[in-house]
Design a protein around this ligand. Structure first.
Ligand code: EPS
Length: 383
């Protein structure tokens, strides 16, 4: 059986978003409540734009699931875009008004300029509709399926906000099993109350100034046995898979595993996690600088990933650019947008990490049925 893989489709103001996930073994219980719970988490957080008041994302499974159970075939989730009714004349397959809502004052930091040139368009609307972070709703629905798959092996993916703008929070060191419960109750999904209050102030300040803010989300995966992923081929290395998936999330400009950036400035004698014999058998370590991954494989410690988000490039007071229609210097177009999407970005990055870990785990275990896959995992030794 091939590894779990996925694709998404859909435009921000098109009829719907679609996600297809393949190679999920038969017999996985697909709990609609938990899928929609994940979609709801993606819509929250201080700094989100007006679009979140229009949508109430929920996924409908239209293939591959019968009576809440996966059948082994491709699983398709669809999410209706409620805003489509306001855009049908412009965005529908039979649209009559494609001259309305055109965007030619291309926005620096977005896909607009390279996109129109690449695909031969004269309207960046054709680019931004697919490049938009609205796509992440479909990714989160599929990531929620991946999370249900991982839960069968006791693997849990959570996240919290580590920084917004220049305000930094303390990293998560305890209560690892409750990260999402605590983070989801905070307006910026931050575990550190003092930092959270400062982050809230920063977002309000940016909003008042017509500006935007980026930041850092930390994603933590607990419950992995060692040996998920492999050192034998580049395409099977789990650190590479995670970096690729997280790096492909809109606005992410850097991905760090564990203390990767800090360790690049340390002596080797200080940068690694020494191994000790645990009393009663097995091994233990007292640090996790490697972020749970060594040689492209899990090492039994929590996987720690940091996603660095740039500030959203759609600004109320547009940046300097050129109008592709007139060739004149203008200010970039201002579309409706978020002030800060980092709290939601953490939820999206969880989905990306869950899809990467599910890909590596299914690659290792295969299995036509969940029962087979779980049995194989139970038989695997771990450090
Ligand atoms: C988003 C939907 C979008 C944006 C945002 C994320 O909807 P609209 O363009 O109608 O406001 O709010 O996307 C971006 C900020 C971006 O630059 O792509 C969503 O559903 O998350």
């Amino acid at each position: 059986m091939a590894r779990i893989k996925y694709t998404t489709a859909g435009e921000s103001h098109g009829k719907m978003l679609v996600g297809i996930i393949e190679n999920v073994p038969a017999g996985l219980y697909i709990d609609g409540g938990s899928i929609n719970g994940e979609l709801k988490r993606r819509m929250l957080g201080l700094g989100r734009g007006a679009r979140m008041k229009i949508e109430s994302d929920s996924a409908e499974f239209v293939t591959g699931v019968r009576a809440h159970m996966s059948l082994g075939g491709p699983i398709t989730a669809v999410i209706e875009n409620k805003d489509f009714k306001n855009w049908e004349r412009v965005m529908g397959a039979d649209a009559v008004d494609t001259d309305e809502r055109t965007l030619t004052a291309v926005r620096p930091g977005h896909a607009d300029l390279s996109g129109v040139i690449k695909y031969g368009f004269d309207d960046a609307r054709n680019v931004l509709e697919r490049a938009s972070a609205r796509e992440t709703a479909a990714k989160v629905a599929l990531g929620a399926v991946a999370k249900l798959y991982l839960a069968q092996f006791g693997i849990v993916v959570q996240s919290h906000t580590l920084a917004i703008g220049a305000v930094k929070a303390k990293p998560a060191v305890e209560h690892l099993e409750e990260i999402n419960a605590i983070a989801d109750a905070d307006p910026v999904r931050c575990l550190d109350k003092t930092a959270s209050a400062k982050m809230v102030d920063e977002i309000r300040k940016a909003a008042l100034g017509g500006d935007t803010l980026g930041g850092v989300s930390e994603i933590i995966v607990t419950g992995c046995k060692s040996g998920i992923g492999s050192y034998v081929s580049a395409h099977r290395k789990l650190d590479g898979l995670i970096m690729r998936e997280v790096g492909a999330v809109q606005s992410v400009k850097a991905v760090e595993i564990g203390d990767g950036m800090l360790c690049s400035s340390l002596y080797g004698s200080l940068a690694h996690d020494e191994i000790y014999a645990r009393a009663g058998g097995g091994y233990e370590r007292f640090t996790n600088r490697a972020g749970g991954l060594e040689g492209g494989m899990t090492n039994g410690q929590p996987i720690v990933v940091r996603a660095y988000f740039k500030p959203i490039p759609t600004l109320k007071n547009g940046l300097n650019t050129v109008d592709i229609k007139t060739g004149k210097a203008v200010k970039a177009a201002s579309e409706r947008s978020d002030v800060c999407a980092v709290p939601a970005g953490g939820v999206v990055a969880e989905a990306a990490v869950a899809l990467a870990v599910a890909a590596a785990l299914s690659d290792m275990l295969g299995g036509d049925t969940m029962k087979e896959a779980v049995k194989r995992y139970e038989e695997k030794e771990s450090c």
